[in-house]
Design a protein. Structure first.
Lengths: 164, 126
């Protein structure tokens, strides 16, 4: 007695092994692509947040540096510029900014403020003859994880002060 | 059999379409955030350049009358670490009183399409 399997099987619902394999492969591909895409998106968002943090920290450093040195040099005072540091004093008030190769340390009347992580630090001046009119402090803040860096410049007048 | 497979195919197409729409929305948002971040970088550079220009003008004041849109080159932020994002700068001076001047500084973006920053300061010429 022969049983006709083919006609009865053709009415069964379901998937063949090949269909299942292809379906799973496509599903895996979609899943992995989605994971990679989401992971990259999260990385970009973290990177943008880090950029914002560096920007905020840099702006705060610029404002603090300008404010502290203006207090001392705006109406007189003396200053001394070194390779990686600037000292200024007026009466009993003293301000110093120095770069230790990793951080910027601002010391104002014994109060210490640290800005980091700094990749580069430079002090330049705008002069008339030998007279320093404006001191510009340039520094670069960086984040090594995302390889981000932003440069900042703080500027203040030294036209009423003496020094070199 | 065909109706069930057709239904699964339709579900798959709808799922992929929805995934594409969500991905496009996410990409759009990321591009927008990146653009806004670059604009903010330009604004911060413009702000610092404007302050340096003002200090430069203030410590070497030669103006006695009002001026309109005098051009200057903003200080550069081009370095091995960062990109210069600024175009030309302009300053205007108005006389506010005896020896008292108001300085408006505006700095354009690199493509010269818009102002990245605009500052208003007063200078007293002793």
């Amino acid at each position: 007695m022969r049983i006709r399997l083919s006609s009865s099987r053709s009415n069964e619902s379901g998937f063949t092994l090949a269909e299942m394999a292809v379906g799973l492969a496509v599903a895996m591909l979609v899943l992995v692509s989605t994971m990679i895409f989401l992971s990259n998106s999260v990385r970009i968002i973290h990177k943008l947040n880090t950029v914002r943090d560096i920007r905020d920290q840099g702006l705060m450093a610029v404002e603090t540096i300008e404010r502290e040195f203006r207090k001392v040099l705006e109406y007189g005072g003396t200053f001394q510029i070194g390779s990686d540091m600037l000292k200024a004093s007026f009466g009993t008030r003293n301000v110093e900014i120095a770069y230790d190769g990793e951080n910027i340390v601002l010391t104002s009347d014994e109060q210490e403020t640290v800005f980091g992580k700094c990749a580069d630090f430079d002090i330049t001046t705008l002069v008339d003859g030998s007279k320093v009119r404006v001191i510009v402090i340039e520094f670069v803040l960086e984040d090594e994880v995302y390889d981000i860096s932003r440069s900042f410049k703080a500027a203040f007048s030294a036209v009423n002060a003496t020094g070199s | 059999m065909f109706s069930q497979r057709g239904s699964i195919l339709l579900d798959t197409v709808l799922f992929l379409a929805l995934l594409s729409v969500l991905s496009m929305a996410l990409i759009g948002q990321l591009v927008f955030m990146t653009k806004v971040s670059a604009q903010e970088d330009a604004r911060v550079q413009g702000l610092m350049a404007a302050r340096i220009q003002l200090e430069n003008m203030r410590t070497n004041w030669t103006h006695t009358s009002a001026t309109e849109d005098e051009e200057f080159t903003p200080v550069s932020f081009e370095s091995e670490f960062d990109t210069h994002r600024l175009g030309k700068g302009y300053y205007s001076i108005t006389v506010n009183g005896p020896n008292l001047y108001q300085v408006e500084i505006r700095i354009r973006d690199k493509a010269d399409t818009r102002d990245v920053c605009r500052t208003l300061s007063q200078v007293w010429d002793k």
